[in-house]
Design a protein around this ligand. Structure first.
Ligand code: RNT
Ligand code: ZN
Length: 415
Protein backbone atom coordinates (compact mmCIF):
# COMPACT_ATOMS: atom_id res chain seq x y z
CA UNK A 1 0.00 0.00 0.00
CA UNK A 2 1.28 3.44 -0.89
CA UNK A 3 1.26 6.60 1.21
CA UNK A 4 -0.97 8.48 -1.30
CA UNK A 5 -3.47 5.62 -1.16
CA UNK A 6 -3.44 5.60 2.67
CA UNK A 7 -4.22 9.29 2.64
CA UNK A 8 -6.98 8.78 0.07
CA UNK A 9 -8.50 5.92 2.01
CA UNK A 10 -8.75 8.04 5.12
CA UNK A 11 -10.14 11.02 3.22
CA UNK A 12 -12.86 8.90 1.64
CA UNK A 13 -13.61 7.17 4.94
CA UNK A 14 -14.42 10.56 6.42
CA UNK A 15 -17.12 10.89 3.73
CA UNK A 16 -18.43 7.42 4.55
CA UNK A 17 -16.83 5.78 1.49
CA UNK A 18 -14.97 2.49 1.85
CA UNK A 19 -12.23 2.50 -0.81
CA UNK A 20 -11.41 -1.18 -0.25
CA UNK A 21 -14.98 -2.14 -1.15
CA UNK A 22 -14.78 0.20 -4.15
CA UNK A 23 -11.56 -1.42 -5.35
CA UNK A 24 -13.09 -4.86 -5.17
CA UNK A 25 -16.24 -3.75 -7.03
CA UNK A 26 -14.17 -2.10 -9.74
CA UNK A 27 -12.15 -5.30 -10.19
CA UNK A 28 -15.37 -7.22 -10.83
CA UNK A 29 -16.61 -5.03 -13.66
CA UNK A 30 -15.61 -6.48 -17.01
CA UNK A 31 -15.60 -4.14 -19.96
CA UNK A 32 -16.26 -5.61 -23.37
CA UNK A 33 -13.30 -4.63 -25.51
CA UNK A 34 -14.31 -4.20 -29.14
CA UNK A 35 -11.97 -5.99 -31.52
CA UNK A 36 -12.71 -3.54 -34.32
CA UNK A 37 -10.55 -0.71 -32.97
CA UNK A 38 -7.55 -2.89 -33.90
CA UNK A 39 -8.01 -2.85 -37.68
CA UNK A 40 -10.44 -0.05 -38.50
CA UNK A 41 -13.45 -2.40 -38.66
CA UNK A 42 -11.74 -4.38 -41.44
CA UNK A 43 -12.22 -8.00 -40.42
CA UNK A 44 -10.80 -11.13 -42.00
CA UNK A 45 -13.05 -11.89 -44.89
CA UNK A 46 -11.27 -12.14 -48.21
CA UNK A 47 -13.21 -9.28 -49.68
CA UNK A 48 -11.42 -5.97 -49.73
CA UNK A 49 -14.71 -4.11 -49.76
CA UNK A 50 -15.83 -0.81 -48.41
CA UNK A 51 -16.76 -0.51 -44.77
CA UNK A 52 -20.22 0.78 -45.73
CA UNK A 53 -23.26 1.09 -43.53
CA UNK A 54 -22.50 4.75 -43.01
CA UNK A 55 -19.55 3.90 -40.80
CA UNK A 56 -16.35 5.84 -41.36
CA UNK A 57 -12.86 5.34 -40.01
CA UNK A 58 -10.44 8.13 -40.76
CA UNK A 59 -6.67 8.08 -40.42
CA UNK A 60 -3.82 5.90 -41.58
CA UNK A 61 -1.64 5.39 -38.53
CA UNK A 62 1.10 2.83 -38.98
CA UNK A 63 0.83 -0.76 -37.83
CA UNK A 64 -2.79 -1.72 -38.41
CA UNK A 65 -3.41 -5.41 -37.64
CA UNK A 66 -3.69 -7.24 -40.98
CA UNK A 67 -4.16 -10.78 -39.75
CA UNK A 68 -5.78 -12.67 -36.94
CA UNK A 69 -2.39 -13.27 -35.35
CA UNK A 70 -1.54 -9.57 -35.46
CA UNK A 71 -4.88 -8.56 -33.99
CA UNK A 72 -4.44 -11.03 -31.14
CA UNK A 73 -0.92 -9.84 -30.51
CA UNK A 74 -2.18 -6.25 -30.34
CA UNK A 75 -5.07 -7.17 -28.07
CA UNK A 76 -2.66 -8.94 -25.73
CA UNK A 77 -0.52 -5.82 -25.61
CA UNK A 78 -3.54 -3.63 -24.85
CA UNK A 79 -4.82 -6.03 -22.19
CA UNK A 80 -1.49 -5.83 -20.36
CA UNK A 81 -2.06 -2.12 -19.95
CA UNK A 82 -5.70 -2.27 -18.86
CA UNK A 83 -6.28 -3.25 -15.22
CA UNK A 84 -8.73 -6.07 -14.48
CA UNK A 85 -10.17 -8.98 -16.45
CA UNK A 86 -12.34 -8.04 -19.38
CA UNK A 87 -14.36 -9.45 -22.27
CA UNK A 88 -13.75 -9.57 -25.98
CA UNK A 89 -16.39 -8.21 -28.33
CA UNK A 90 -16.13 -9.72 -31.81
CA UNK A 91 -17.89 -8.89 -35.04
CA UNK A 92 -18.84 -11.71 -37.39
CA UNK A 93 -16.30 -10.58 -40.03
CA UNK A 94 -13.50 -11.47 -37.60
CA UNK A 95 -13.88 -15.24 -37.97
CA UNK A 96 -10.91 -17.57 -38.38
CA UNK A 97 -11.78 -18.37 -41.99
CA UNK A 98 -8.40 -19.92 -42.84
CA UNK A 99 -8.21 -18.21 -46.22
CA UNK A 100 -11.59 -19.60 -47.32
CA UNK A 101 -14.33 -17.34 -48.61
CA UNK A 102 -17.18 -17.76 -46.15
CA UNK A 103 -20.22 -15.67 -46.90
CA UNK A 104 -22.21 -14.15 -44.05
CA UNK A 105 -24.99 -16.70 -44.37
CA UNK A 106 -22.50 -19.54 -43.94
CA UNK A 107 -20.59 -18.62 -40.78
CA UNK A 108 -20.36 -21.35 -38.15
CA UNK A 109 -19.14 -21.85 -34.63
CA UNK A 110 -16.02 -23.57 -36.03
CA UNK A 111 -14.91 -20.24 -37.53
CA UNK A 112 -14.84 -18.75 -34.05
CA UNK A 113 -13.49 -21.70 -32.10
CA UNK A 114 -9.93 -20.39 -32.06
CA UNK A 115 -11.20 -17.10 -30.62
CA UNK A 116 -13.17 -18.96 -27.95
CA UNK A 117 -10.05 -20.91 -27.02
CA UNK A 118 -8.02 -17.71 -27.03
CA UNK A 119 -10.48 -16.09 -24.63
CA UNK A 120 -10.68 -19.13 -22.41
CA UNK A 121 -6.89 -19.07 -21.93
CA UNK A 122 -7.22 -15.47 -20.82
CA UNK A 123 -10.26 -16.13 -18.62
CA UNK A 124 -12.26 -13.68 -20.72
CA UNK A 125 -15.93 -13.85 -21.64
CA UNK A 126 -17.04 -12.95 -25.15
CA UNK A 127 -19.68 -10.84 -26.84
CA UNK A 128 -20.70 -10.96 -30.46
CA UNK A 129 -22.26 -9.03 -33.34
CA UNK A 130 -23.65 -9.97 -36.72
CA UNK A 131 -22.01 -7.78 -39.39
CA UNK A 132 -24.84 -6.32 -41.47
CA UNK A 133 -22.71 -3.87 -43.45
CA UNK A 134 -19.68 -3.91 -45.75
CA UNK A 135 -21.31 -6.43 -48.07
CA UNK A 136 -22.83 -6.27 -51.55
CA UNK A 137 -26.20 -7.30 -50.14
CA UNK A 138 -26.16 -4.21 -47.92
CA UNK A 139 -24.95 -1.78 -50.58
CA UNK A 140 -28.33 -0.11 -50.92
CA UNK A 141 -28.40 0.52 -47.19
CA UNK A 142 -31.10 -2.03 -46.38
CA UNK A 143 -30.79 -5.43 -44.72
CA UNK A 144 -33.38 -6.89 -42.33
CA UNK A 145 -36.00 -4.40 -43.54
CA UNK A 146 -35.31 -4.89 -47.26
CA UNK A 147 -38.41 -5.15 -49.47
CA UNK A 148 -36.76 -8.03 -51.35
CA UNK A 149 -37.43 -11.26 -49.47
CA UNK A 150 -34.25 -12.96 -50.66
CA UNK A 151 -32.06 -10.13 -49.34
CA UNK A 152 -33.97 -10.11 -46.08
CA UNK A 153 -33.64 -13.87 -45.75
CA UNK A 154 -29.90 -13.65 -46.33
CA UNK A 155 -29.51 -11.26 -43.39
CA UNK A 156 -31.94 -13.21 -41.24
CA UNK A 157 -29.79 -16.29 -41.79
CA UNK A 158 -26.67 -14.31 -40.90
CA UNK A 159 -28.23 -13.03 -37.69
CA UNK A 160 -29.53 -16.47 -36.71
CA UNK A 161 -26.10 -17.97 -37.20
CA UNK A 162 -24.53 -15.14 -35.25
CA UNK A 163 -26.86 -15.95 -32.41
CA UNK A 164 -25.87 -19.61 -32.48
CA UNK A 165 -22.22 -18.62 -32.46
CA UNK A 166 -22.85 -16.27 -29.56
CA UNK A 167 -24.60 -19.04 -27.71
CA UNK A 168 -21.63 -21.41 -28.24
CA UNK A 169 -19.31 -18.74 -26.89
CA UNK A 170 -21.48 -18.31 -23.82
CA UNK A 171 -21.80 -22.05 -23.25
CA UNK A 172 -18.14 -22.78 -23.64
CA UNK A 173 -16.93 -19.88 -21.55
CA UNK A 174 -19.58 -20.20 -18.86
CA UNK A 175 -20.59 -16.56 -19.12
CA UNK A 176 -23.54 -15.38 -21.21
CA UNK A 177 -22.61 -13.75 -24.49
CA UNK A 178 -24.48 -10.65 -25.54
CA UNK A 179 -25.07 -10.71 -29.28
CA UNK A 180 -25.94 -7.23 -30.44
CA UNK A 181 -27.90 -6.58 -33.62
CA UNK A 182 -27.18 -3.28 -35.26
CA UNK A 183 -28.26 -2.74 -38.85
CA UNK A 184 -27.61 0.30 -41.05
CA UNK A 185 -31.09 0.33 -42.62
CA UNK A 186 -32.32 3.74 -43.55
CA UNK A 187 -32.61 6.34 -46.27
CA UNK A 188 -30.69 9.38 -47.36
CA UNK A 189 -33.83 11.15 -48.43
CA UNK A 190 -37.43 11.29 -47.34
CA UNK A 191 -39.18 7.93 -47.33
CA UNK A 192 -42.73 7.55 -48.59
CA UNK A 193 -43.56 4.61 -46.37
CA UNK A 194 -41.75 4.40 -43.04
CA UNK A 195 -44.16 1.90 -41.60
CA UNK A 196 -43.52 -0.95 -44.03
CA UNK A 197 -39.78 -0.89 -43.36
CA UNK A 198 -40.35 -0.99 -39.64
CA UNK A 199 -42.96 -3.71 -39.91
CA UNK A 200 -40.55 -5.81 -41.96
CA UNK A 201 -37.74 -5.20 -39.48
CA UNK A 202 -39.97 -6.34 -36.64
CA UNK A 203 -40.94 -9.48 -38.53
CA UNK A 204 -37.32 -10.25 -39.42
CA UNK A 205 -36.24 -9.85 -35.80
CA UNK A 206 -39.03 -12.15 -34.67
CA UNK A 207 -37.69 -14.80 -37.05
CA UNK A 208 -34.09 -14.24 -35.94
CA UNK A 209 -35.07 -14.58 -32.26
CA UNK A 210 -37.59 -17.38 -32.74
CA UNK A 211 -35.60 -20.00 -30.88
CA UNK A 212 -35.46 -19.58 -27.12
CA UNK A 213 -31.98 -19.56 -25.66
CA UNK A 214 -31.42 -19.64 -21.90
CA UNK A 215 -30.22 -16.34 -20.46
CA UNK A 216 -27.46 -18.23 -18.68
CA UNK A 217 -25.85 -18.78 -22.11
CA UNK A 218 -26.87 -15.94 -24.32
CA UNK A 219 -28.65 -12.59 -24.47
CA UNK A 220 -30.01 -10.74 -27.50
CA UNK A 221 -29.43 -7.01 -27.72
CA UNK A 222 -30.76 -4.46 -30.21
CA UNK A 223 -29.10 -1.12 -30.99
CA UNK A 224 -30.82 1.98 -32.31
CA UNK A 225 -29.48 5.03 -34.06
CA UNK A 226 -30.70 8.52 -34.82
CA UNK A 227 -29.10 8.96 -38.23
CA UNK A 228 -26.02 7.90 -40.16
CA UNK A 229 -24.11 8.87 -43.27
CA UNK A 230 -26.54 7.92 -46.01
CA UNK A 231 -29.46 7.51 -43.60
CA UNK A 232 -29.94 11.16 -42.71
CA UNK A 233 -33.68 11.25 -43.31
CA UNK A 234 -34.81 7.90 -42.01
CA UNK A 235 -33.38 5.16 -39.79
CA UNK A 236 -35.58 2.10 -39.64
CA UNK A 237 -34.21 0.94 -36.27
CA UNK A 238 -34.80 4.17 -34.38
CA UNK A 239 -34.75 4.51 -30.58
CA UNK A 240 -38.53 4.29 -30.33
CA UNK A 241 -38.59 1.24 -32.55
CA UNK A 242 -36.08 -0.72 -30.48
CA UNK A 243 -37.24 0.59 -27.12
CA UNK A 244 -40.69 -0.73 -27.93
CA UNK A 245 -39.32 -3.96 -29.31
CA UNK A 246 -37.02 -4.60 -26.35
CA UNK A 247 -39.82 -3.95 -23.86
CA UNK A 248 -42.29 -6.11 -25.75
CA UNK A 249 -39.88 -9.01 -26.18
CA UNK A 250 -37.79 -8.43 -23.04
CA UNK A 251 -34.57 -8.06 -24.99
CA UNK A 252 -31.42 -6.23 -23.97
CA UNK A 253 -31.50 -2.62 -25.10
CA UNK A 254 -28.22 -1.25 -26.42
CA UNK A 255 -27.63 2.46 -25.89
CA UNK A 256 -24.74 3.86 -27.90
CA UNK A 257 -23.54 7.21 -26.54
CA UNK A 258 -23.12 8.52 -30.10
CA UNK A 259 -26.54 7.58 -31.37
CA UNK A 260 -28.67 10.40 -30.05
CA UNK A 261 -28.94 14.10 -30.55
CA UNK A 262 -25.63 15.69 -29.45
CA UNK A 263 -27.27 17.35 -26.45
CA UNK A 264 -29.09 14.19 -25.41
CA UNK A 265 -27.34 12.06 -22.83
CA UNK A 266 -27.76 8.30 -22.57
CA UNK A 267 -27.04 8.61 -18.84
CA UNK A 268 -30.52 9.98 -18.21
CA UNK A 269 -32.13 7.06 -20.04
CA UNK A 270 -30.65 4.34 -17.82
CA UNK A 271 -33.02 4.73 -14.87
CA UNK A 272 -36.03 4.86 -17.18
CA UNK A 273 -35.36 1.95 -19.48
CA UNK A 274 -34.18 -0.37 -16.72
CA UNK A 275 -37.67 -0.19 -15.27
CA UNK A 276 -38.93 -1.92 -18.42
CA UNK A 277 -36.14 -4.02 -19.97
CA UNK A 278 -34.23 -6.76 -18.17
CA UNK A 279 -30.70 -5.73 -19.14
CA UNK A 280 -28.82 -2.92 -20.81
CA UNK A 281 -25.90 -2.98 -23.18
CA UNK A 282 -23.90 0.21 -23.41
CA UNK A 283 -21.75 1.23 -26.33
CA UNK A 284 -19.58 3.72 -24.57
CA UNK A 285 -18.34 6.02 -27.28
CA UNK A 286 -17.67 9.70 -27.90
CA UNK A 287 -19.44 11.59 -30.59
CA UNK A 288 -17.87 14.85 -31.67
CA UNK A 289 -20.58 16.88 -33.42
CA UNK A 290 -21.98 13.62 -34.80
CA UNK A 291 -21.66 9.86 -34.28
CA UNK A 292 -17.94 10.10 -34.95
CA UNK A 293 -16.84 7.23 -32.68
CA UNK A 294 -13.93 9.09 -31.10
CA UNK A 295 -11.93 7.40 -28.35
CA UNK A 296 -13.68 7.51 -24.98
CA UNK A 297 -12.26 10.02 -22.50
CA UNK A 298 -12.79 10.77 -18.83
CA UNK A 299 -15.26 13.46 -19.81
CA UNK A 300 -18.58 14.62 -18.37
CA UNK A 301 -20.84 12.43 -20.54
CA UNK A 302 -18.84 9.30 -19.67
CA UNK A 303 -18.80 10.20 -15.98
CA UNK A 304 -22.55 10.79 -16.05
CA UNK A 305 -23.14 7.32 -17.55
CA UNK A 306 -21.10 5.63 -14.86
CA UNK A 307 -22.70 7.71 -12.10
CA UNK A 308 -26.11 6.54 -13.20
CA UNK A 309 -25.03 2.90 -13.33
CA UNK A 310 -23.79 3.15 -9.75
CA UNK A 311 -26.61 5.31 -8.40
CA UNK A 312 -29.25 3.04 -9.96
CA UNK A 313 -27.47 -0.08 -8.73
CA UNK A 314 -27.54 -1.06 -12.41
CA UNK A 315 -24.09 -2.65 -12.72
CA UNK A 316 -25.41 -6.23 -12.36
CA UNK A 317 -27.90 -5.59 -15.18
CA UNK A 318 -25.58 -3.67 -17.48
CA UNK A 319 -23.09 -4.94 -20.02
CA UNK A 320 -20.53 -2.24 -20.64
CA UNK A 321 -19.10 -2.32 -24.13
CA UNK A 322 -16.93 0.15 -25.97
CA UNK A 323 -17.53 1.34 -29.51
CA UNK A 324 -15.01 3.63 -31.12
CA UNK A 325 -12.60 3.41 -33.99
CA UNK A 326 -9.80 5.85 -34.57
CA UNK A 327 -7.12 5.16 -37.16
CA UNK A 328 -5.33 8.47 -36.70
CA UNK A 329 -3.52 7.45 -33.51
CA UNK A 330 -1.78 4.30 -32.27
CA UNK A 331 -4.64 1.79 -32.20
CA UNK A 332 -3.41 0.04 -29.07
CA UNK A 333 -3.19 3.36 -27.26
CA UNK A 334 -6.77 4.03 -28.40
CA UNK A 335 -7.96 0.85 -26.67
CA UNK A 336 -5.94 1.65 -23.55
CA UNK A 337 -7.03 5.29 -23.30
CA UNK A 338 -10.69 4.48 -23.94
CA UNK A 339 -10.96 1.49 -21.62
CA UNK A 340 -9.03 3.10 -18.81
CA UNK A 341 -11.14 6.25 -19.17
CA UNK A 342 -14.32 4.20 -18.80
CA UNK A 343 -12.84 2.52 -15.73
CA UNK A 344 -11.73 5.81 -14.20
CA UNK A 345 -15.20 7.23 -14.71
CA UNK A 346 -16.65 4.17 -13.02
CA UNK A 347 -14.18 4.48 -10.16
CA UNK A 348 -15.14 8.09 -9.60
CA UNK A 349 -18.78 7.10 -9.55
CA UNK A 350 -18.14 4.33 -7.04
CA UNK A 351 -16.30 6.81 -4.83
CA UNK A 352 -19.26 9.17 -4.61
CA UNK A 353 -20.46 9.89 -1.07
CA UNK A 354 -23.74 8.25 -2.01
CA UNK A 355 -25.34 8.17 1.43
CA UNK A 356 -24.67 11.79 2.23
CA UNK A 357 -25.88 12.86 -1.20
CA UNK A 358 -29.12 10.94 -0.87
CA UNK A 359 -29.75 12.27 2.61
CA UNK A 360 -29.17 15.84 1.52
CA UNK A 361 -31.54 15.37 -1.40
CA UNK A 362 -34.27 13.72 0.64
CA UNK A 363 -34.19 16.44 3.24
CA UNK A 364 -34.46 19.06 0.53
CA UNK A 365 -30.99 20.40 1.26
CA UNK A 366 -29.97 20.95 -2.33
CA UNK A 367 -27.22 23.32 -1.24
CA UNK A 368 -25.39 20.49 0.49
CA UNK A 369 -26.04 18.20 -2.47
CA UNK A 370 -24.45 20.65 -4.90
CA UNK A 371 -21.54 21.35 -2.53
CA UNK A 372 -20.91 17.61 -2.09
CA UNK A 373 -20.79 17.06 -5.85
CA UNK A 374 -18.08 19.69 -6.06
CA UNK A 375 -16.24 18.35 -3.02
CA UNK A 376 -16.20 14.88 -4.54
CA UNK A 377 -14.41 16.24 -7.60
CA UNK A 378 -11.61 17.55 -5.40
CA UNK A 379 -11.07 14.25 -3.62
CA UNK A 380 -7.87 12.20 -4.20
CA UNK A 381 -9.52 9.62 -6.49
CA UNK A 382 -6.39 9.34 -8.63
CA UNK A 383 -4.48 7.78 -5.71
CA UNK A 384 -7.17 5.10 -5.57
CA UNK A 385 -6.82 4.58 -9.33
CA UNK A 386 -3.04 4.21 -9.09
CA UNK A 387 -3.53 1.71 -6.26
CA UNK A 388 -5.98 -0.23 -8.43
CA UNK A 389 -3.49 -0.37 -11.32
CA UNK A 390 -0.75 -1.50 -8.99
CA UNK A 391 -2.82 -4.25 -7.37
CA UNK A 392 -3.85 -5.48 -10.82
CA UNK A 393 -0.22 -5.56 -11.94
CA UNK A 394 -0.82 -2.90 -14.57
CA UNK A 395 1.24 0.25 -15.22
CA UNK A 396 -0.04 3.49 -13.72
CA UNK A 397 -1.01 6.61 -15.67
CA UNK A 398 2.53 7.85 -16.14
CA UNK A 399 3.94 4.48 -17.19
CA UNK A 400 1.77 2.75 -19.81
CA UNK A 401 2.47 5.03 -22.77
CA UNK A 402 6.15 4.16 -22.98
CA UNK A 403 5.19 0.49 -23.30
CA UNK A 404 2.94 1.34 -26.24
CA UNK A 405 5.74 3.38 -27.78
CA UNK A 406 8.22 0.55 -27.53
CA UNK A 407 5.65 -1.89 -28.97
CA UNK A 408 5.16 0.58 -31.79
CA UNK A 409 8.86 0.65 -32.65
CA UNK A 410 9.47 -3.07 -32.12
CA UNK A 411 6.31 -4.53 -33.63
CA UNK A 412 3.96 -2.08 -35.35
CA UNK A 413 6.55 -0.23 -37.39
CA UNK A 414 7.84 -3.54 -38.76
CA UNK A 415 4.50 -4.33 -40.36
C1 RNT B 1 -22.91 1.76 -35.67
C2 RNT B 1 -23.07 1.10 -34.36
C3 RNT B 1 -22.43 -0.24 -34.25
C4 RNT B 1 -21.04 -0.30 -34.85
C5 RNT B 1 -20.28 -1.54 -34.56
C6 RNT B 1 -19.08 -1.71 -35.42
O1 RNT B 1 -23.33 3.06 -35.69
O2 RNT B 1 -22.62 1.93 -33.34
O3 RNT B 1 -22.42 -0.64 -32.92
O4 RNT B 1 -20.27 0.79 -34.46
O5 RNT B 1 -21.11 -2.63 -34.60
ZN1 ZN C 1 -22.57 1.08 -31.35
Amino acid sequence: MTAPYDFARESYASLGVDTEAVLSTLAQVAISLHCWQGDDVGGFENADGELGGGLAVTGNYLGKARTLAELRQDLDQALKLIPGTHRLNLHAIYGDFGGETVDRDAIEVSHFQSWIDWCRERKMGMDFNPTCFGHEKADDGLTLSHPDTSVRDFWIEHCKRSREIGRAMGQQLGSPTVTNVWIPDGMKDLPADRLSYRARLEESLNTVFAEDIPASEHLDAVESKLFGIGSESFVVGSHEFYLGYAIKKQKVLCLDAGHFHPTESIADKISSVLLSVPHLLLHVSRGVRWDSDHVVLLDDPTKAIMQELVRCNALPKTHIGLDFFDASINRIAAWVIGTRAAQKALLQALLEPAEQLKQAELSGDYTTRLALFEQAKAMPWSAVWEEFCQRQGTPGEAAWLKEVKSYESNVLSQR
